[in-house]
Design a protein around this ligand. Structure first.
Ligand code: FPP
Length: 269
């Protein structure tokens, strides 16, 4: 940890670190434009931000980090050349980074419609996942060809198929847990904190179900300028917030008469 990181880290309460942080990495194009460089230069620079953020999160003991790398919409709406570049960048990252992921005891996972990605990319993804599957530290989940609405559609399909195999929906208790169990993120707790870079105030179809109670932290920093220290600043802001889960806060004017249980999302934390 460098001096700046240590300074912020010392202000954090290690007992109240988020269990799962999700990040919408945004602003690569603007970063490049400001430097009169092609957009893809911003994506290339963004890989160093991924490395720094992932390793800082793992080092301080965050159990899960999820990065929104490419949305389903990115594929459809960006020029072919940019999409191809992002694919190559991802494959290179998966190849080169395995060693560092293993050194940091990080296990790689994915969410999104992987089956729609080029087969060569799917193969690299499989290999990288297999190469890190025995690691017991942080789970790094990359959202690739991801859309939260598609995830919910896929959860409905998966539920309908399970019902058809098991004598109908009547045999299921349809509740929040059942739906969570059919989402791509069934291996993860819901995020406590979602970070978006570059100042945009949108969720952009990211983890819409899972972010129900997450704290939202938006920073003006563009993704290629984001490093571990900015992650720690986001966590510091998170720790300064009071999470209420729809209940009343600690403010004496709002003191609840009886402590009530928190909703399902908290039960998993
Ligand atoms: C958003 O910036 C960023 C992306 C669509 C791609 C994110 C990819 C990386 C950070 C690098 C590769 C990732 C991995 C995991 C190896 P934008 O292009 O929408 O920026 P803009 O809004 O300024 O145009």
């Amino acid at each position: 940890m460098d001096r700046k990181e240590s300074e912020v880290y010392l202000r954090l309460d290690p007992a109240r670190l988020p269990k799962h942080i999700a990040i919408i990495m945004d602003g690569n194009g603007r970063w490049a434009r400001r430097r009169h460089m092609p957009r893809v230069a911003g994506h290339r620079a963004g890989v160093a931000s991924v490395r720094s953020t992932v390793e800082t999160a793992a080092r301080i003991g965050i159990p899960a980090l999820t990065l929104y790398a490419f949305s389903e919409e990115n594929w459809k709406k960006r020029p072919r050349s940019e999409v191809d570049f992002l694919m190559r960048l991802l494959c290179r990252y998966l190849k080169v980074e395995i060693k560092r992921l293993n050194e940091n005891n990080i296990r790689l996972e994915y969410i999104g419609r992987k089956q729609e990605l080029p087969e060569s990319v799917q193969r690299e993804m499989e290999e990288a996942r297999d190469a890190t599957c025995a690691n017991t530290g942080m789970v790094l989940t990359l959202a690739l060809n991801y859309s939260a609405r598609s995830e919910i559609v896929d959860a409905f399909r998966s539920l309908a198929e399970a019902a058809a195999r098991n004598g109908g929906l009547g045999h299921f208790q349809v509740d929040e847990q059942l739906i969570s169990d059919h989402l791509y993120t069934r291996h993860l707790p819901d995020p406590d904190l979602v970070i978006r870079t570059s100042g945009e105030m949108r969720l952009s179809n990211f983890l819409l179900w899972q972010l129900a109670y997450a704290e939202i932290y938006v920073t003006q920093t563009l993704w290629p300028d984001f490093r571990g220290v900015q992650l720690l600043e986001g966590i510091e802001e998170y720790q300064s917030r009071e999470r209420r889960y729809g209940g009343l806060g600690k403010d004496p004017g709002h003191a609840p008469e009886h402590a009530t249980s928190r909703p399902h999302a908290e039960a998993k934390r």
